[in-house]
Write a protein of this length. Structure first.
Lengths: 475, 85
């Protein structure tokens, strides 16, 4: 387990582990940066982060992409062996998650207070924002951690939320924000707007690696993301309190402070979103930035987003699986593992023991009523406890041999879904489906399931022996 | 002056073709690029981007917008009623 104090410290580790590629040629903001961010994840599942320090139009700007964009980088972030499998990362992540809550560590000052601009803010001078996809309506900040509190319970630190929402840079100090109704910040904004008040927010950019992972998790409302980050890194999470009373990460490169303007909406988008589709345009809330603080010679971190897989699909993988697993396991101890790594968990695969016939369908229903399941889990595949849900060869074997559509496919009409799901109609409403790919147990007698094959005696021993020999052979 | 030539100076919005454009920012290193923005549809572009993002004649048809399209943008999240004090 390891805690990184800031992005630079993590980049040093990636460098030492040959997981950071430094680009020395001069590059254009468009299309070079997005193209490189797209290409790097097309190469491999072990791709490095990429760092640029010669950006046309800037004297000293630095950009880093793909920091979370491979299983290797995620393993290093967790302090695990860099070849730790996805399954190993899942169970380690769950083990830490179950320690929740951790502690916050309050500091009086932070490195990002080195340079402070509180008048005539010009974001374009301060950070090299760029276009990700050709149809985007402008330049977006897409990997910032946004902090807000509930105006109705301002001093309750457990209701302080940290989330990642896309921000369109519309002016020198003006941003558009996408607070989707299923996100906690939408609750805070609603309370502020009922009062007719602006909502104070802080935007932390280029962070140590754990807070973006915690920020993009679906925890229960009232579970602090900082206290989650603390257990994930095995150390209290350092924060600094702003003048407005928001706790913000200590280890960021940039800290923007501003307000979501009460009761205002303005055209925003489109933006190439995680389902691999443009979002279309909406009238979304607007932010005014009053103050920017940053480290000297800051590094600007962004994330290329497009048709999966991109960096986001890695970053929002294990952190989608773990909350679902823990929340399910609490009520249904038979659950063995949960895979929600595909497109934020629009499809979820659960392996579970069955208490009695029909049990798997009930597990599928329960997935859909978890906080994350409310917006995702459009399709839930339930498999036996002997199937590894992270191994698609095993899952497809289960679906192809255990499913009879006559009784194993359940369609639930017109439920809620994340409005970015392009198949929803109207946006935000979709049927959902449970596929029961488990072996029926009594009193469910359907099918002709006789004796299932197992492996020959001593297969486990031979697997260990051959694995070690292969490793030696490939050294 | 042709439409393409005028777009190079940021006078016409590539997306909605309105003339309500303004200079939003200039590169910190002088003279490298300029960012323009459209006050009508809030589209923004940088002078050094590929032409399909800067030239109204080459802007992809599927991304173009008209004033009536803007009026159909869904308002999210809905604005709640003010509380009675």
């Amino acid at each position: 387990m390891r805690a990184f104090k800031n992005l630079r410290e993590f980049l040093q580790l990636l460098d030492a582990e040959k997981q950071l590629l430094r680009i020395s040629e001069e590059v254009s903001l468009e299309p070079d940066l997005a193209a490189a961010g797209r290409a790097i994840t097309q190469l491999s599942e072990t791709s490095p982060a990429i760092h640029f320090d010669r950006i046309k139009g800037y004297n000293k700007a630095q950009v880093v992409l793909n920091v979370h964009g491979s299983w290797t980088n995620l393993a290093l972030m967790l302090g695990m062996e860099k070849d730790a499998s996805l399954r190993e990362q899942f169970f380690e992540f769950v083990r830490r998650y179950e320690q929740f809550p951790g502690e916050m560590e309050h500091h009086d000052s932070a490195p990002w207070q080195e340079v402070v601009i509180d008048k005539d803010v010009n974001l374009f001078n301060l950070m090299p924002v760029f276009r990700f996809n050709r149809g985007d309506g402008g330049f977006f900040i897409d990997k910032a951690c946004i902090v807000s509190r509930d105006p109705d319970d301002w001093n309750n630190e457990d209701l302080e939320t940290v989330g990642i929402y896309r921000l369109q840079v519309k002016g020198k100090n003006r941003l558009g924000i996408q607070p989707v109704p299923v996100h906690d910040i939408a609750i805070h904004l609603e309370h502020a707007e009922e009062r007719g008040q602006d909502l104070p927010i802080a935007i932390a950019i280029s962070n140590e690696p754990i807070i973006p992972v915690a920020a993009s998790m679906s925890v229960l409302y009232g579970q602090s993301k900082y206290k989650m980050a603390a257990v994930l890194q095995g150390k209290p999470y350092p924060v600094v309190r702003t003048d407005k009373g928001l706790d913000v990460p200590w280890g960021s490169e940039y800290l923007l402070e501003g307000r979501i303007l009460a009761r205002q909406r303005e055209p925003e988008g489109p933006f190439g979103e995680f389902p691999g589709q443009y979002s279309g345009g909406h009238c979304y809330p607007v932010i005014e930035i009053d103050k920017v603080s940053h480290c000297k010679d800051p590094i600007y971190e962004a994330l290329y987003l497009g048709v999966p897989w991109t960096e986001m699909d890695y970053m929002c993988a294990v952190n989608a699986c773990a909350p679902l697993y823990v929340q399910l396991k609490k009520d249904i101890p038979e659950v063995v593992a949960v895979n929600a790594i595909f497109t934020l968990g629009f499809i979820v695969i659960v392996s579970t023991k069955r208490r009695y016939g029909g049990f798997a369908k009930a597990v599928g229903l329960r997935v859909m009523t978890t906080p994350h399941g409310l917006g995702y889990a459009k399709i839930v595949i339930v498999v036996d406890e002997t199937i590894d849900p992270f191994d698609m060869k095993q899952v497809m074997w289960a679906v192809s041999t255990k499913v009879n559509p006559a009784g194993d496919v359940t369609i639930l009409p017109n439920l809620c879904i994340d409005l970015l799901d392009p198949a929803s109609e109207p946006a935000g409403i979709s049927h959902r489906m449970i596929i029961d790919a488990t072996t029926p147990v009594l009193p469910d007698r359907r099918g002709n399931f006789g004796q299932e094959l197992d492996s020959p005696q001593q297969t486990d021993d031979w697997r260990k022996k051959l694995g070690a020999m292969l490793k030696e052979l490939r050294k | 002056m042709s439409r393409s030539e005028s777009s190079k100076q940021g006078l016409i919005c590539p997306r909605c073709r309105s003339g309500t454009t303004e200079v939003l920012a200039n590169s910190p290193v002088e003279g490298v690029w300029t960012i323009y923005s459209c006050k009508t549809c809030i589209y923004a572009w940088r002078s050094t981007e590929p032409e399909e993002n800067t030239n109204p004649d080459k802007y992809p048809e599927s991304f173009r917008l008209k004033a009536e399209d803007l009026a159909k943008f869904p308002l999210v999240p809905t604005i709640p009623p003010l509380r009675r004090s």
